[in-house]
Write a protein that binds this ligand. Structure first.
Ligand code: ZN
Ligand code: ZN
Length: 146
């Protein structure tokens, strides 16, 4: 249904499921992991995800206890993340998709940590949350949303 890859093209993946709704996460970890002002990630079951990595470039980094971020060790592109307590659900980085994806951002989360140089004004109709979105607005499967 969807295909994606890292920047150098050594790693390709395929998703055989619809991707979940997503938000823009402005937390400091997403800023560091993306090198930009927010992360955009959608959850899916690992069963529906398959990866091609002939030269074994995929690496994982445990960014906080139990949170693993998978990336290409050749080009550094972040590809997905998961929690060790729910390894069957992964969260892919939407920027790694090659297939068009036409859902729209449902919420801005962790705006309490928003970068001082980022303005969120262009999405005035999208709700904003100091931390996680409430589940009636956005369910972030595979995350620590409570
Ligand atoms: Zn790469
Ligand atoms: Zn975040």
């Amino acid at each position: 249904m969807y295909k994606g890859s890292c920047l150098c093209g050594k790693i390709h993946y395929q998703v055989n499921a619809e991707l979940s709704d997503f938000g823009y996460c402005h937390c400091v970890s997403c800023q560091k992991a993306s090198g930009s002002s927010y992360g955009a990630n959608a959850g899916l079951s690992r069963d529906s995800f398959s990866l091609t990595d002939h030269e074994s470039h995929l690496r994982e980094f445990e960014s906080s206890a139990g949170k693993f971020r998978a990336f290409c060790s050749n080009c550094g592109s972040p590809l997905y993340a998961y929690l060790s307590k729910s390894p069957d659900v992964i969260r892919i980085r939407l920027g790694s998709l090659d297939t068009p994806f036409d859902k729209r951002c449902q919420a801005h989360t962790f705006v309490s940590e928003n970068a001082s140089w980022e303005s969120i004004d262009n999405d005035a109709d999208v709700p904003q949350f100091d931390e996680w979105a409430t589940r009636d607005v956005l369910v972030q499967s595979g995350s620590r949303q409570t």
